[in-house]
Design a protein around this ligand. Sequence first.
Ligand SMILES: [Zn+2]
Length: 471
Amino acid sequence: MSLLIKGGRVVTAADDYVADVYVDDERISLIGLDLEVNADRVIDATGKYVLPGCVDPHTHLDMPFGGTVTIDDVESGQISAAFGGTTCHVDFIIQPQGETFASALATWRAKANGKQVIDMGYHMAVTDLEHGGSLEELATLPDQGITSYKLFMAYKGALMVDDLTLFRTMQVASQTGALVMVHAENGDVIDQLVREALEAGNTEPLYHALTRPPEAEGEATNRAIQLARLASAPLYVVHVTCKQAVEPIALARDRGWDVWGETCTQYFFNSLDDIAKPNFEGAKYVYSPPVRDSSNWEVLWNAVRTDALSVISTDHCAFLWDGQKTLGKDDFSKIPNGGPGLEDRLKMVHEFGVRAGRLSLNRMVELLATNPAKLFGLYPRKGTVAVGSDADLVVFDPEKEVTISASAHHSKSDYSLYEGTKVTGAPEVVLLRGHVLVENDELIASPGIGQFVKRARFGEELRPAAETAHA
Ligand SMILES: [Zn+2]
């Protein structure tokens, strides 16, 4: 099967030019002006952008959490991703306490079997090195293509690890070539503040944000940076939301340390005003770290523009408002933490980043595709438009007008964090390894087409399969 995408404006992290892109056997094999080649199918991309498929390094599909399970499984989550122009993601395996990493991996692979619509990899979230999982077993994961370890510094009594577990995991990572990821909030302090709020009778969703102050995020971010420095491990701070956390990351990066930070779409748009909405509507905006004061929006735009933060992910962790969020109707600490967003990232960042003049098109591609691919061992197979790369491509119509709404999205969640937002610019055709996933708002491919990707170690490139075979 061959495919020719004609006359589009090819945009990568570095380049921006009009060309034809020829796809043969799942990969890009030729890029040039007015290519004279025969193809099984021709797509006219005149007036459109040809972007690399976006890579989302932070999602939670089919994950047990907060007394329930996220509403999107691998199939509905990945369909939602595909409609949004995301063709590869890295999901979190959560090690159940007392279980080995091998058993956790087997459980998560079983959830994906036969359901995959896009390509995916996994991070391993380490919750327990005392029982089940061991440092020795952790060291074997990169050989299986799982080249990042995630640790929660929050969620006391559930996912949170102590500093010793964090530090020892960092020591393993420095030896095995894995990237350490942290959810940086001080879980002990938050646990105390939550207790005090509930004792005072403050049960509304707003108190979720008020008991997780930005200082708790700033402190944990700085602690993780210093510990990673001690252990000589590369560090990636997930979902950075505020000035207090951006500053230590920016400082570390200025010093040339191996520290990177990510924020998520929702932190540019949601604020305390949303979580304070009456009649329990605020529960839609309960995720962690929480929504912040809106003065942080410009802090974050500035951080992604200057590379203090290097990635925008979604932290898609979808629940139903009616039926799941309601578990915390009388107690904010029982509201499942998380929100939907896998489908909205490219459209929202294009509208409010690029069209609003905050980011260049190149920088948008870098934040949504190239940097996540490079940091998570997927580049250059993913994250760019280049000869030899997987033909994961988005033909993006910059003129298409769309209203974002739960009534139109493909997540099973019954609400959207951006309900009613009008944007101009949306994917028209989305390709995975040359196969059409989505075209003109219709799902074309069937589940089963997506694959597990064995990611390269931190700092190493993921070469195309055929190239590796020849070497
Ligand atoms: Zn998350």
